[in-house]
Write a protein that binds this ligand. Structure first.
Ligand code: UDX
Length: 470
């Protein structure tokens, strides 16, 4: 079987390499000449573990190729996958479908035989139906069939997610479209992967509903973490106690600085808009968007309050050195899109502190997005050298390995704000650190709360302030 994939971005490239690995002949059409040159030179335009090797071996085997010429890519194929970007449209959050429709139109005009035209990009409910109308209008001479095949890849583990998915979702309403998609995913029969065949709108909605649900789970545990801090509970155990209930499940219950990335923020917002437009509003999804935005916007304040509370009363952060470990929205990626590190570092930089940042993969992507005053270290240890305060933004494994004694040796100060709970609070406190995780029963409390809270009138004044900010 031969297929074309339009768009050599994240989804397109991973899908192409994995389909090729399944034994399919795949040609990727990429219109950006710079990106195409890199692909042809064997360079990966994105950071994804294992992708370069998979691309190289499948190119060597003659199953995977790249081209700038659409006609060449679609010659003789049975299916064309559209895997172009669907960013948020300015001022509203609807998904911008310009690229999807432009790609579909070009494909339809260039076709000389019938194909199954498949959307792989996350597209609003109703897009497949619109594409079917476009196909019928532009190419009444060809039986072009439309299918929706949303992807559920996570950055950093995209290849594993593609090769061993929990399920494959296919929205297709004709026998041929269903047969082509079934054939493409046939290797997954061996591992008994459920392939769910649905209508177009249903498949499109499954993708949004799944992402919004996961984003809601994260947002829920983030709120519970704040509550844990307020009442002296430990969110680690709350997560475990909840997650062991099979109906809830343990995954996506790790609290943190708020979700980011290329999917959750964009897809939750788009789902809220889709639901509003359909006059069936999703209040929960709207709340998830608002709560997460507020959490990220309040992060800087949260760190500053804690740092001031932990330090000598009344001091500010001017001239202090703050080490920030991790910049990407999550580990194993260089993706900075909607990373909580951006608003947090902006707020920290405004205090006049010196920010020394380090990320194993995302530094070049981060530089244009962060304040010019940020200093970039070449290693985690270099970032923390002489730091008064350490902030963990992203849970890269290499940071977990930093022993308390080593941190104590390198840092000038003794304050850690661990926004991913990668360190053991007891071990850090035993090493002399003032340690603040997320939801681990500690609020910034000093002997002199007035020093950092104007409204301090009782022991809980600081809490009140955090609640407003977050
Ligand atoms: C997500 C979906 O998981 C994937 O199925 C979809 O195709 C694309 O969007 P991705 O954005 O790569 O994938 O990352 P994911 O691992 O899901 O994390 C999303 C965000 O939630 C990150 O900011 C992450 O730090 C955060 N998160 C996740 C938590 O804060 N806690 C958790 O327990 C899980």
């Amino acid at each position: 079987m031969k297929i074309a994939i339009i768009g050599g971005g994240y989804v397109g490239l991973v899908s192409a390499a994995c389909f090729a690995e399944f034994g399919v002949e795949v040609c990727v059409a990429e219109t950006d000449p710079a990106r195409l040159d890199r692909l042809l030179a064997g360079e990966m335009p994105i950071y994804e573990p294992g992708l370069d090797a998979l691309v190289a071996s499948n190119r060597a085997a003659g199953r995977l190729s790249f081209t700038g010429a659409l006609a060449e890519a679609i010659a003789g194929v049975e299916a064309v996958f559209i895997a172009v970007g669907t960013p948020s449209r300015r001022g509203g959050g609807h998904a911008d479908l310009t690229y999807v429709f432009a790609a579909a139109e070009q494909v339809l005009k260039a076709l000389d035989h019938p194909v199954v035209l498949v959307t792989k990009s996350t597209v609003p409910v109703g897009t497949g139906r619109k594409l079917a109308a476009l196909a019928a209008r532009l190419r009444p001479d060809l039986a072009v069939e439309i299918a929706s095949n949303p992807e559920f890849l996570r950055e950093g583990s995209a290849i594993g997610d593609f090769m061993r998915p929990d399920r494959v979702v296919v929205g297709a309403e004709t026998e041929r479209a269903r047969a082509v998609l079934r054939a493409l995913y046939r290797p997954l029969n061996l591992i008994e992967t459920p392939v769910l065949m649905t209508g177009l709108e249903t498949a499109e909605l499954i993708k949004y509903a799944a992402n919004a649900y996961l984003a809601m789970k994260v947002t829920f545990i983030n709120e519970m973490a704040d509550l844990c801090e307020a009442v002296g509970a430990d969110v680690h155990d709350v997560s475990r106690g909840m997650g062991l209930d099979g109906r809830i499940g343990r995954k996506f219950l790790h609290p943190g600085p708020g979700f980011g990335g290329s999917c959750f923020p964009k897809d939750t917002l788009a789902l809220a808009r889709i639901a509003q437009d359909a006059r069936a509003p999703s209040r929960l999804t709207e709340a998830v968007v608002a709560v997460n935005e507020a959490r990220k916007a309040g992060l800087g304040r949260r760190i500053i309050d804690f740092a001031l509370a932990a330090g000598p009363a009344g001091e500010d952060l001017r001239g202090r050195r703050i080490a920030v470990l991790g910049l990407a929205f999550k580990p194993e990626t260089d993706d900075m899109r909607d990373s909580p590190a951006i608003p947090a570092i902006e707020a920290l930089a405004e205090t006049g502190a010196v920010i020394a940042a380090y990320d194993p993969a995302a530094m070049s992507a981060a530089k244009p997005l962060l304040p010019g005053s940020v200093v970039y270290a070449e290693s985690a240890l270099q970032a923390i050298e002489g730091a008064d305060l350490l902030v963990v933004m992203t849970e890269w494994n290499e940071f977990r390995a930093l022993a308390p004694a080593r941190l104590a040796q390198a840092m000038a100060g003794r304050v850690i704000v661990d926004l991913r709970n990668i360190f053991d609070p007891a071990a850090m406190r035993a090493a002399g650190f003032v340690y603040h995780g997320v939801g681990r029963g500690q609020r910034p409390v000093t002997a002199d709360a007035d020093a950092y809270d104007d409204d301090a009138d009782d022991d809980h004044a600081v809490m009140g302030r955090d609640e407003k900010d977050l």
